[in-house]
Design a protein around this ligand. Structure first.
Ligand code: PEP
Ligand code: MG
Length: 928
């Protein structure tokens, strides 16, 4: 027997999402645990890939035979016949890959209808209007998806009928109108394809399966996979589900809807959903009619509501995960059409994780693992400042939380263009469609005037963590005139608006936002993460304020305090410049003496803010020229000073001339101090001379300091060795600050870290400074200083000589920013601006090595350094302070190679805490 491509819902493996797609696998699983799913079967993702690769564009040879067998089973289960004119079986043909990509691929409903079977359907249901409604929907959808005809000609034909009938809504169309629509739609197909609409149901089915498979490579799907980094390992090809149709539009005892087992916006343990009576599923999802809240069903259809609640409980107990399900009620019978894990915002994920542990549905490990650490970033999103909330312009549904301001744009293409050029935009649409996806990527937020909380716009925005307000019905969008009307106000394209996805409010203009706070649930969850994780999470922070913020995010140490940032503050920079310009040792020392008390108080502040946690302070790293203006800037300044002197001279001679013309005019000018030119007369020429002399000296120094390759030049420890006074001042600042804290009874643990070290000799050299200063302070203060001395590991040679390094260093901290540059011989800025995007697109590098540790190269060096370092000093403390310290994949690697901690920017600390727990729970394996 050849390869098997088709599985019925009764025998497909519900766990094999790669083969059957998420939807197909879940349909199998639900059918097998006894949930009411309409009969059907799945064609595998392998069939899709074989089809996409086949040179002749044909489905695999055996496929349709298998499909025929399965259709027979569905016929048996439903008692209907596919293509049977009296009792027709209609099916839906649905896409579904291993990872959910909502709305990105195609689906066809009502397949199996033709002029013959239509009469059967009408006879069966006794509802001619329903029959024609189903028919015209099918022709349009099949025409669009399978035959590639755009919506416009169909929409135009239907609009013309509506105008003539004097109605605005589809529901008001009569049987006659819909009959005419079917006829006109047939004509559209014939005109556009030069062929009649396929009457043969098997031809329909084959064409539809091919179209669904092709939608895997459609632009929207490809863009979506690229944006979300979906690899072929995660999802490869789409499966195709063929399911017996059930109809939610068979009257008022029918309906359709979508449900979440918990509220996806808040995480509250309460069924959430929306439904429409007498409608098909697409009406809810596309947002064409505004649906009702599911709770309204408890009055409208109490029995079905009760069944839905049972369904919700069964789904959650079985999947042990919040489910997002679709259902249809056909003449009083409830069917579940699909279920999948609910996409939720981070706040709801956190809340449901904590509550599901409390309810005994999950254990703590499972609760942690179900949250993608990166997702927590959303919780750091700003919300509108309650103090700055004017009257809203309009109100819609709070469809995806967060607040955003931007220029409103009425179509996705323009949003993309403006977004790319760096503008902040809000995409404003009547309703969105999957083809708008590129506009979503480019926008800060999405606003629609129609549709509910489960409309396309809402689902996609939630998945992306972007704010969305949906169904703001007070806004009428006029794309043609590029404006929207709200009451008597007109909003033009380009006007700035603000949307608040947490309340559904829309405002004119930009509104201030405030930083979010940690919820109780997030604290609980991250507490569990800390208990489990092996890695500690530190923060990179340069000021006491930064340190305090990092602490509030849960950092248990500072892994990197970059002292150069302290040098750059406005009150210090002039002193630093004086130090650089000093032409004698005395002058340099005078500047350093001024800097010392400032640095000391910086260190006292940061050590106290972090007490009793460790604070790793790095001695000065960048080359000196970074503290001076650029050469061309200095040249410009000098030119300006010279022209100022010229202006002053000119004013003097102007005054002399005036005296000749009329001395009284001159006298009156001199009385008026507001005359700038006149006031320049009093400018002290010495001041100009001094300014000029200083700039000239700077220029000279800038030229003297110029290096061919400053990043590999006179910087870091090399500077500290050749200009010892700077490092000695900094070391003194740190140790005096330590002594001061100790005297005040504050527990502090400073760690002095040397950057750019490539040999143990350099480290010994600097250690000598430390020992000298330490002895002096200990003797003077009569106390023992407790601190660590260690090194950055950011140079390849440091990794390879780690055993020697560790004889002197008490700790290592990987500077993976520099180490990555050094390992690849890429300069980060040049790489990211020039060739790296191309390299990534063409898989020349697996991902950006500056974001995620390159395991094979940089990772190998780290591994060597860890192993060798601990051979000479078994208790060597090792961390990482490059950007990678906040990246979950890199954190996993850090755990794997045995680091003690990771250090990242403050706001990434919560992400790193969760990632550190994941790293411990999911032991990664790496090829060596
Ligand atoms: C590093 O190189 O990783 C590092 C932390 O140092 P910087 O980014 O300051 O060069
Ligand atoms: Mg560095």
């Amino acid at each position: 027997m050849g390869q098997r491509y088709v599985f019925s819902f009764q025998d497909g493996d519900g766990k094999n999402k790669k083969l059957l797609g998420g939807k197909g696998a879940n349909l199998c699983e639900m059918s097998q645990i006894g949930i009411d799913v309409p009969p059907g079967f799945v064609i595998t993702t392998e069939a899709c890939l074989d089809y996409l690769q086949s040179p002749d564009g044909e489905l695999p040879a055996s496929l349709m035979n298998e499909v025929k067998e399965q259709i027979k089973l569905v016929e048996k289960a439903t008692g209907k016949g596919f293509g049977d004119a009296k009792n027709p079986l209609l099916v839906s043909v649905r896409s579904g890959s291993a990872l959910s990509m909502p709305g990105m691929m195609d689906t066809i409903l009502n397949l199996g209808l033709n002029d013959n079977t239509l009469s059967g359907l009408i006879a069966q249901t006794g509802n001619e209007r329903f029959g024609y409604d189903a028919y015209r929907r099918f022709i349009q959808l099949f025409g669009k998806v399978a035959l590639g005809i755009p919506d416009e000609p169909f929409d135009e034909a239907l609009s013309a009928i509506k105008v003539r009938a004097g109605v605005t809504s589809d529901v008001d169309l009569t049987t006659k109108d819909l009959k005419e629509a079917s006829m006109l739609f047939h004509r559209v197909v014939e005109e556009r394809t030069s062929k009649p609409f396929p009457e043969d149901v098997w031809e329909q089915l084959t064409t539809a399966v091919k179209a669904v498979f092709r939608s895997w490579m459609g632009k929207r799907a490809v863009d979506y996979r690229r944006e979300f980094n979906i690899t072929t390992d995660q999802a490869n090809g789409t499966a195709c589900n063929i399911v017996a149709m059930v109809f939610g539009n068979m009257g008022n005892d029918s309906g359709t809807g979508v449900g979440f087992t918990r509220d996806p916006a808040t995480g509250e343990n309460k069924m959430f959903g929306e439904y429409l009576l007498n409608a098909q599923g697409e009406d809810v999802v596309a947002g064409i009619r505004t649906p009702k809240a599911i709770q309204a069903m408890s009055k409208e259809m109490p029995d079905i509501y009760h069944q839905l609640e049972e369904l919700r409980d069964r789904l959650e107990r079985h999947y042990r995960e919040v489910q997002d399900f679709e259902f249809t009620i056909e003449k009083g019978t409830l069917y579940c059409l699909q279920t999948r894990n609910g996409k939720m915002n981070a706040a709801s994920m956190v809340r449901t994780s904590v509550e599901m542990v409390e309810e005994g549905l999950l254990n703590k490990e499972e609760a942690l693992l179900r949250i993608n650490p990166q997702h927590l970033e959303q919780l750091l999103y700003p919300r509108l400042d309650p103090k700055d909330a004017p009257e809203p312009l309009a109100q819609g549904l709070p469809a995806s939380p967060g607040a955003a301001s931007g220029r409103c744009v009425f179509d996705a293409d323009r949003a993309e263009t403006m977004g790319r050029s760096g503008e902040k935009v809000i995409l404003v649409r009547e309703e969105t469609k999957p083809e708008d996806i590129h506009g979503f990527f480019a926008s800060q937020g999405i606003l629609t005037s129609r549709g509910g909380k489960t409309s396309h716009a809402a689902v996609v925005a939630r998945g992306m963590g972007k704010p969305c307000v949906a169904g703001a019905e007070g806004i009428s969008v006029d794309v043609a005139h590029r404006e929207a009307q709200v009451g008597d106000k007109i909003i033009h394209e380009g006007d700035i608006i603000t949307i608040d996805g947490a309340t559904g409010n829309v405002y004119l203009g930009e509104i201030a936002t405030v930083e979010p706070e940690f919820s109780k649930e997030l604290k609980t969850l991250l507490g569990w993460a800390d208990d489990l994780a092996k890695l500690g999470v530190f923060a990179n922070a340069d000021t006491p304020d930064d340190a305090e913020r990092a602490r509030s995010y849960g950092a248990v140490g500072i892994g990197l305090c970059r002292t150069e940032r302290m040098f750059n503050a406005a009150d210090r920079l002039p002193i630093v410049v004086d130090m650089i310009l000093a032409d004698t040792a005395e002058k340099r020392q005078a500047a350093l003496d001024q800097l010392l008390p400032i640095q000391r108080s910086d260190f006292v502040g940061i050590l106290k803010a972090m007490s009793p946690y460790p604070v790793t302070i790095r001695l000065l790293d960048p080359p000196m020229h970074e503290f001076l203006p650029a050469e061309n800037e200095l040249l410009k300044q000098l030119e300006d000073v010279r022209s100022l002197r010229q202006t002053v001279n000119n004013v003097h001679s102007t005054l002399d001339s005036l005296k000749l013309v009329d001395p009284s005019i001159l006298a009156s000018y001199l009385e008026k101090p507001e005359g700038l030119q006149i006031r320049l007369v009093h400018l002290d020429a010495n001041l100009i001379n001094e300014t000029q002399a200083k700039r000239e000296l700077m220029l000279q120094r800038v030229r003297a300091l110029r290096e061919t390759n400053p990043m590999l030049g006179h910087r870091g420890v090399r500077l500290g060795i050749t200009l010892p006074e700077i490092y000695i001042m900094q070391i003194r600042g740190i140790l005096e600050a330590t002594a001061e804290c100790v005297k005040q009874g504050v527990e502090v643990h400073p760690e002095i870290m040397v950057p750019q070290v490539s040999s143990v000799s350099e480290l010994i050299w600097v250690k000598n400074y430390v020992d000298e200063v330490r002895q002096e302070i200990e003797a003077k203060e009569g106390l023992k200083l407790d601190f660590k001395f260690g090194t950055m590991i950011e140079v390849v040679r440091a990794c390879l000589t780690a055993a020697e390094m560790a004889t002197v260093a008490e700790f290592f901290s990987f500077g993976t920013n520099d180490l990555t540059q050094a390992t690849f011989s890429f300069s980060r800025e040049d790489a990211e601006n020039k060739f790296l995007p191309f390299y990534q697109e063409h898989a020349l590098v697996p991902e950006n090595p500056f974001e995620s540790i390159d395991v094979k190269g940089v990772g190998r060096l780290m591994d060597i350094a860890v192993q060798d370092g601990r051979k000479s000093r078994p208790d060597l403390k090792i961390g990482i302070c490059g950007e990678h310290g906040g990246d979950p994949a890199s954190i996993r690697f850090c755990d794997y190679v045995g680091l003690n901690y990771v250090s990242c920017s403050g706001p990434r600390v919560p992400i790193a805490r969760l990632a550190a727990a994941h790293a411990k729970l999911v032991k990664a394996g790496y090829d060596k």
